[in-house]
Structure formats: C-alpha cells, structure tokens
Design a protein around this ligand. Structure first.
Ligand code: SF4
Ligand code: SF4
Length: 432
C-alpha cells in the first residue's frame, strides 16, 4: 500500500524540541503557544447526530461505558497545560462527546483547579462546546458566573437542523436546542454558533446564514465543512490506500456514489463552494464588521498580510491537539486514532509531546505534502490545501494529496479574492 506523507510522522519517536522548555534567556526569543481540545467525558453523547465524527471513538479507542477523566488526571492536565504556556492568556476548550454529561460539579472542580494553578497576571478562559440539550438554569448560572464562552452546535432552521442532529431514538433536537438558546439569553451567557455544513444544509446557504444571524442573533459563526472518508471509523487519515483514491472531478470524488471516497452525508465540494459564495455575498453586503464568520475573517486577515487565524488555512499546523479522558494526547482533534497518539500525560510531559520532533513534523507536513497542483494554485496563500484530514483525492495528473473540497475552495476564492482585496484596502485606509 502506498501511504501518504503525513503518516511517516507517526513512526517518529517523541523527542522534545529545545523550545519545549520555557525560554531560559529571559529575553523572550520564543513563546510557547498551543491549544488542546479536552474531552474529559470521551466520546459519550446524549444524542446521535448521524454525521458525528467522534461517536465511533467509543469502539475505536475501547472507551468504557461512562468515560470520565479522573480527578488526578484532570489536575495534572490543568497544571501542565498552564505551565506549558508562555504569555498571559490561556484558553481551555471542553468538548466531547458531550461535556455537559459530566455534570456541573465536574466543571466546578475544573474552575477550582484552574484557580489553584493560575499564575499571577495570566488570564484563563474557558470554552464549552455543547449540543445544548442539557443546558438549564443551573448550567447557565454556572457558565455566566465563571465567564464560559459557549459554542452551540446548530445547523440551521428546524427542518435543516433536524436532518442529521437527532436523538438516539431518531427524534428531532431543534426544540431542545432552541430552549438552550433561550436559557443562554436569559442568563446573558455569550455563545457562538458552530454549524456543520453537510450534504443537506450546504444547499441552503442563505436560509442557514439568515437563521443564525437574524433568528438566533449569532454574531460569531464557525462553519465547518462535513467531510468524512468512507472508512473513517476504522482507518486513520493519511493511511488510506493511495491506489483507491479517486481523481478530482470523478464520480467517486463526490458523495452519493456507493463507492464514493466519502460518506453519504459529506458536503459535496461544489456545494461547499456555492455555500461559501452565497454566505460571503450576504455577509459583505449586510454584516461586515458586525458578524464574525471564521473563514471570512481569516481570509480578510490573510489578504492584509497577517497569518491565518485558523489551522485549516495556515501554511503549517500542529498546534491544536486533543486530550482524551484517559490522558492520551493526540496530534489533532481530527486525528484521534491510535496512529496519531503522541503519548499519555501520565507518562510524558505535555510540553514534551506538544513541542516534539514528531508533532513538529506533523504540522510541517501540512505544507510539505502538498501536491504540485496546490503549489502552483493562485489561491495557495489563502487555502494552503485546507486540512490534511480532507486530502482524499488525486490531482488531474494523478498526484495524491489533493483536498476533497478543492473545486469548491477554488470557486470560492476566485469569486471572493477581488472583494477581499477591496475589504483589505478599505480597512487599511481607515487605519491611516
Ligand atoms: S490536521 Fe487539520 S484540523 Fe488538525 S490542526 Fe491540522 S489543519 Fe487543523
Ligand atoms: S484551491 Fe485547491 S489547488 Fe488551490 S490550494 Fe486549495 S486545495 Fe490546493
């Protein structure tokens, strides 16, 4: 089997880089910055979204029926996460599975441990990513009191949201999510909309966007394209059989074919392009500067010459890791597979895993494994081949490593680039 380049990094040993330790010079030649998505309750969830990329980890990682990061591991994680950062802002992100299943007292302990290890002059932030089902007055009071930012998963208005986001018995969840929105509003808890753009809702860009901004009142929206390799439950990214990967534009490079390279619920790449174009036009005309859309904000910043704010559109990545309930640390939230396990915080220092030769190689390969097709693309500096998890297809020349979303990304960037230049120029003039 011919494997992709990134997989080579999984065979590397865990040698810490010099920058794993705090800069001893006292002259701040480098600052250690990274992010870990914490999954203290494992993959356990109270609903059963049909497109979920994480539920199958219960089986893949042999998780117990009720996974729970124990108190000792939690304290060790919090302490070492704080100690492995330089700078005066540290963000903790709690996700799953569904983190609220652990109960409010679990997170009271989180906050108490954070206070115990919080250095002077350092601000700690908490994000909680949730489906909202369990949120009630008690939860919202807690979240407000401790300044949590909530990321609420919602895919659009009722019919669109309920297409895939259903309970374990297949019932819709829209009403429960809207009750959570009411509760968050009542307690004045800030929240962002986390919207997965899948095969269905991608066909309704304006309905989705207008619902999120007008009915939900969201002023920060994170759109994530739903892309899952058809073998995602068993095969780690980049371990695909290269000879089976289809060429861009072929039938198998799109969802819907029984032999497609992706699951049936993955967004069609061309729909992704149309979705981005439709939402971008609406955003530019009505919401520029008022609503923050993750992909557009970073495209503006990149056009102005700043680095990308998102890993997926960065030249390199590898600074967004994941920790599971048992203390296992993985290269990325989307690479929680045995092949990408760096180690366990019980056996290795967190900073030695994050700033290791192996993790550095993982991050560098985002650029170094790009096919020539991307390297000669007009939009390389905005796209950078998107996420390596999605590099499921071949270029027209048959080279591996092309992103499944390429046709949509190209269409979007071709449409948006001149407008992005106009926005960047306007912002620069306003600054003068
Ligand atoms: S692998 Fe993808 S999601 Fe993970 S850090 Fe890299 S770009 Fe981001
Ligand atoms: S638009 Fe396509 S060819 Fe261009 S950098 Fe992105 S994935 Fe590569």
């Amino acid at each position: 089997m011919r494997r992709m380049q990134t997989s080579d990094t999984t065979r590397m040993s865990l040698v810490p880089l010099k920058t794993a330790e705090k800069d001893p010079s006292g002259q701040a030649r480098y600052a250690r910055q990274f992010h870990v998505m914490a999954k203290p309750g494992g993959a356990k969830c109270n609903i059963d979204c049909q497109y979920c990329f994480y539920l199958h980890k219960e089986g893949l990682l042999h998780q117990p029926r009720q996974p729970r990061m124990d108190d000792e591991t939690l304290e060790h994680f919090i302490q070492s996460y704080i100690n492995s950062h330089d700078g005066n802002e540290i963000v903790f992100s709690w996700q799953g599975g569904e983190p609220t299943l652990l109960g409010i007292d679990y997170f009271r302990n989180v906050v108490a441990l954070q206070k115990k290890y919080q250095p002077k002059g350092v601000t700690l932030h908490n994000d909680l990513q949730t489906n909202g089902i369990a949120l009630n007055d008690a939860w919202c009071q807690f979240l407000k009191e401790h300044h949590f930012l909530v990321g609420l998963s919602i895919d659009g208005p009722r019919e669109i949201h309920d297409k895939y986001r259903v309970t374990k018995s297949g019932k819709p969840t829209f009403d429960a999510v809207m009750r959570a929105v009411e509760c968050l509003r009542k307690h004045d808890v800030p929240f962002n909309a986390l919207t997965v753009v899948n095969r269905h809702n991608a066909k309704f860009p304006l309905e989705v966007y207008r619902f999120l901004t007008k009915e939900l009142g969201a002023t920060y929206i994170q759109f994530t394209p739903c892309v899952e390799a058809n073998a995602f439950k068993t095969t780690a990214p980049q371990f695909w059989n290269a000879s089976m990967l289809p060429v861009v534009g072929s039938e198998l490079s799109k969802p819907g074919h029984p032999m497609s390279v992706v699951t049936d619920w993955s967004v069609d790449p061309d729909d992704w392009g149309n979705f981005l174009k439709g939402v971008f036009e609406e955003w530019v005309n009505h919401d520029l500067g008022r609503v923050l859309v993750n992909l557009f904000e970073t495209a503006v910043a990149q056009t102005m010459g700043y680095p990308s704010q998102l890993c997926v559109t960065s030249e390199f990545c590898g600074k967004a890791l994941a920790i599971e309930h048992d203390g296992s640390v993985y290269s990325c939230d989307h690479f929680v597979y045995p092949e990408y396990k760096l180690g366990n915080i019980r056996d290795h220092k967190l900073n030695h895993m994050v700033f290791s030769v192996r993790q550095e190689a993982f991050g560098m390969s985002k650029r170094d494994s790009l096919p020539d097709y991307c390297l000669s693309c007009d939009h390389l500096n905005l796209c950078w081949g998107e996420c390596p998890k999605n590099r499921l297809i071949k270029t027209p020349e048959g080279e591996i490593g092309l992103n499944y979303l390429c046709s949509g990304l190209k269409a979007f960037y071709e449409y948006a680039s001149p407008i992005l230049v106009g926005i960047a120029t306007m912002i620069q003039q306003q600054k003068r």
